[in-house]
Write a protein that binds this ligand. Structure first.
Ligand SMILES: NC(=O)c1ccc[n+]([C@@H]2O[C@H](COP(=O)([O-])OP(=O)(O)OC[C@H]3O[C@@H](n4cnc5c(N)ncnc54)[C@H](O)[C@@H]3O)[C@@H](O)[C@H]2O)c1
Length: 278
């Protein structure tokens, strides 16, 4: 099954994020085969890692019995289909975010993993960001007391050209929307840090991307959590000039906040150097 006890991986969807997956896979295991319906992309990634190229997931799964784990890096709207096919073929699955674009599809993916007795991991790397880990710890330790209200702001800049970088971006059925492709990490953090949302209501608008994307570019949401906390989410891809997380003022404010929350922990220092590398 394995070569020097290393795990055999496969990868579906050989675009941008697949490059990162391939790099990390080869640090920890062996990338045996890749698949993309774009022949050039599959061939290029395969050649780089000395892997075999396939051009359909069906041929890939039929041809690769030895692979134990499959990375799904295809467009959002294909995550459910590709994950379920992989689980049926008895592979463990690492699936990119967002998990899927409907709750029903997420349910089907979880059911299939249970039926196949295989692991299903969804990529949510922001949970491992030093400030997020630190915040999770202080909340879990009760050092912030009971959380009563939350405010989340996501101000990014995504112009028309960005949506032309992949044919699925901006399409309702393959992308899902701004809360899926851009901000699903932050929605995940709300659930992870605060808890499950009981009810939500909001407003959305497409102010600067009419004709370019099939959904909103801006939204506001008011939420009530099951634990009684209330909160707001304010998001846009129309942030002036650039994504606000790159603004130095914001960085300073975040550093200050972390230091205030964690006066005795070294994580503030880790966080600062982490930011420098971002
Ligand atoms: N975790 C993160 O922070 C992060 C960052 C970027 C992207 N992503 C996610 O990764 C996924 C891919 O994003 P990307 O930016 O690499 O997009 P991309 O367009 O660069 O790559 C997607 C690839 O999938 C291929 N593909 C399309 N249909 C296919 C099919 N039927 N079978 C096989 N391959 C198919 C395309 O040809 C393309 O090469 C998305 O779900 C995105 O949300 C996650």
């Amino acid at each position: 099954m394995t070569n020097n006890k290393k795990i055999f991986f496969g990868l579906v969807g050989c675009g941008r994020i697949a490059q990162r997956h391939a790099e990390h896979i080869t640090n920890n295991g062996i990338l045996k085969a890749v698949c993309d319906n774009d022949v050039k992309k599959a061939d290029e990634l395969a050649a780089k890692y000395n892997a075999k190229a396939y051009y359909s997931i069906e041929d890939f799964l039929n041809g690769e019995q030895e692979i134990q784990v499959l990375s799904i890096c295809s467009p959002n709207g294909l995550h459910a289909q590709h994950t379920i096919q992989a689980l049926k073929a008895k592979k463990h699955v690492v699936c990119e975010k967002p998990m899927a674009i409907t709750v029903a599809d997420c349910g089907r993916m979880i059911n299939e993993a249970e039926k196949a007795n295989r692991r299903l991991f969804i990529i949510k790397q922001n949970r491992f960001n030093p400030p997020v880990e630190a915040l999770k710890k202080v909340i879990d330790d009760g050092r912030l007391g009971k959380i009563l209200s939350v405010q989340l702001s996501c101000f990014w800049n995504r112009n028309f050209d960005y949506y032309k970088t992949s044919d699925w971006k901006g399409k309702k059925n393959m992308d899902g929307g701004t809360l899926y492709t851009q901000f699903s990490h932050f929605i995940d953090l709300l659930y992870w840090l605060i808890g499950d949302v009981k009810r939500a209501t909001g407003f959305i608008g497409n102010f600067a991307h009419e004709g370019g994307i099939e959904f909103e570019d801006t939204g506001v949401v008011a939420m009530e959590f099951y634990n009684g906390a209330i909160g707001t989410l304010n998001y846009t891809v129309n942030s002036y000039g650039k994504t606000i997380r790159e603004e130095s003022k914001m960085r300073k404010r975040m550093r200050y906040t972390i230091r205030k929350i964690l006066p005795n922990l070294t994580v503030g220092v880790v966080f600062e150097s982490f930011l420098k590398y971002k």
